[in-house]
Design a protein around this ligand. Structure first.
Ligand code: FAD
Length: 302
């Protein structure tokens, strides 16, 4: 089996998540080449072919499609693999349509020759297999750990006519408030805290520990905390010494952002919540009862 991986360059760098594409190939134990459009200071380290498209067209989906299809033509891969990112969502269906192949979106695992994909916004998982000879896949960031790579790729420049149907005028950078990536203690509030008022219980614990408050996406979507505090695949990647997850189920998109944490404490009323699989300590309790008690105990000692 042979894979063509579609990496991403943002702000002059190959994104950290692009390395997870190699992790996916390593889990399958197969050879892989990569396509990249744009200029990057450091190119990925691997032993294979690296197809390069020109800078300036990173957001031109028609151009990207032509570059990927040209690499498919030369490489003849069994599967073209994208990240399940906004870039992958846009480009993968175009490539799958052009190749007349199956598309499997949001792969989170491998199971006996099939691919495990999420459905119902991460609440369910299905195992599926493409019935076409070739397939287009998107893999969920955080699902496949980046593996150590060695070697120097053979760089192959590909040219394509930029014939975009849409003109890229610019993008708005996400608001940068607190930088959670440098914080050593994070207490994150999830939907299980129940209300904006109860987010203050997480903030009080974070203050007592000298840390910052973080959030899962539903908490941000509800407007209980600002977006800059969201942890996860569409939020910040954090690696504190201590991460306290309060009323957070442990969806893969959340785990993707906090998997580098040193010690994880989870507070959840459900002992079977997926967060238990990554927690060093699982406290089966109601956040409304446990957080004030823990905060008071810490304050009493300081
Ligand atoms: C493309 C995409 C990107 C995403 N990006 C992100 C992201 O960056 N970050 C992110 O977090 N999510 C992200 N999500 C959403 C993700 O799939 C989950 O829906 C989300 O993480 C769930 O948040 P939660 O754990 O707070 O809520 P839920 O899944 O609803 O879990 C709530 C938890 O609280 C527990 N609970 C309930 N009441 C109490 C109580 N009183 N005390 C203690 N525990 C209690 C429950 O048992 C449950 O485990 C993304 C989804 C998609 C599709």
């Amino acid at each position: 089996m042979k894979l063509l991986l579609v990496g991403e360059i943002r702000d002059g760098r190959v994104t950290a998540e692009s390395a997870e594409l190699f992790g996916f190939a390593a889990r399958l134990g197969v050879e892989a080449s990569m396509v990249l459009v744009g200029d990057a200071g450091d190119l990925p380290v691997f032993d294979g072919r690296l197809y390069r498209g020109d800078a300036g067209h990173e957001f031109d989906m028609t151009y990207n499609k032509h570059i990927v299809l040209a690499a498919v033509e030369r490489e003849q891969p069994d599967a073209v693999v994208f990240l399940h990112s906004s870039f992958g969502w846009e480009l993968a269906p175009r490539v799958a349509f052009a190749m007349q192949s199956a598309q499997l979106s949001g792969v989170v695992g491998l199971d006996d020759g099939g691919y495990v994909v999420e459905s119902c916004n991460g609440k369910m998982r299905r195992t599926v297999r493409p019935l076409t000879g070739r397939a287009v896949l998107t893999i969920q960031p955080g699902a496949f750990a980046a593996s150590p790579m060695a070697g120097t790729p053979e760089v192959v420049a590909i040219d394509a006519e930029p014939d975009a149907a849409v003109e890229f005028l610019g993008c708005i950078q996400p608001e940068r408030g607190v930088d959670l990536s440098r914080t050593s203690v994070i207490v994150s509030a999830g939907r299980g805290v129940g209300s904006a008022d109860r987010v203050e219980l997480a903030r009080a614990l974070a203050d007592a520990l000298g840390g910052e408050v973080g959030a899962s996406r539903p908490v941000v979507d509800a407007g209980w905390l600002e977006r800059a505090r969201q942890v996860g695949s569409s939020g910040q990647n954090v690696s504190p010494a201590l991460y306290v997850a309060c009323g957070i189920s442990g969806a893969i998109q959340h785990l993707a952002g906090m998997k580098g944490s040193g010690f994880v404490i989870a507070v959840n009323t459900d002992r079977d919540a997926p967060i238990a699989s990554v927690a060093d300590v699982l406290v089966v309790a109601d956040v409304a009862e446990f957080l004030p008690a823990l905060t008071a105990a810490i304050q009493a000692r300081t």
